[in-house]
Ligand binder design. Sequence first.
Ligand code: NI
Length: 185
Amino acid sequence: MILPIYTFGQPVLRQVAEDITPDYPDLKELVANMYETLDASEGIGLAAPQVGLPIRVVVINLDLLSDDLPEYKGYVHTFINPHILEYDNAKMESMEEGCLSLPGIHEPVRRPTRIRVSYMDEDFQPHEEWVEGYLARVMQHEFDHLEGKMFIDRLAMLRKQMIRGKLSDLQRGKFRCDYKVKVKR
Ligand code: NI
């Protein structure tokens, strides 16, 4: 089932999401729905708060980018209870980001290129690893959602001022996009 995507202005996007336990109701169905929603909106990552749930579940599908980045061919992964343990601030990189919860906004965001993360897979097996490259960027973007943060929070003051009008339009539902959304009323 395709779920509506909560857009900027929805309070759930500003909540810190909670860890879940294996008995979380209908988790498999939720994850399947999140992948379906991601496909329908042609996104590469989706965090549960973006479908209205303040829990730590993220799906990432980088297969879409594998024409340009062949190392991600078939890369489709679910992250349960992910946490960023460490940022390697030795190397930062700026890259344009967008977000399904911020339709129409694309801005360069500066982030570390390497992070250490912990998470569980769909079978609740724990993992801990260093991640780099494009995946590290996508993880930082998605895991930020679990802390109630969005990429616009990481922009320089001037860029933030420049998109103020767009953000206020988003908040009031004055925008168009080709996927199903849930705007705050
Ligand atoms: Ni996002």
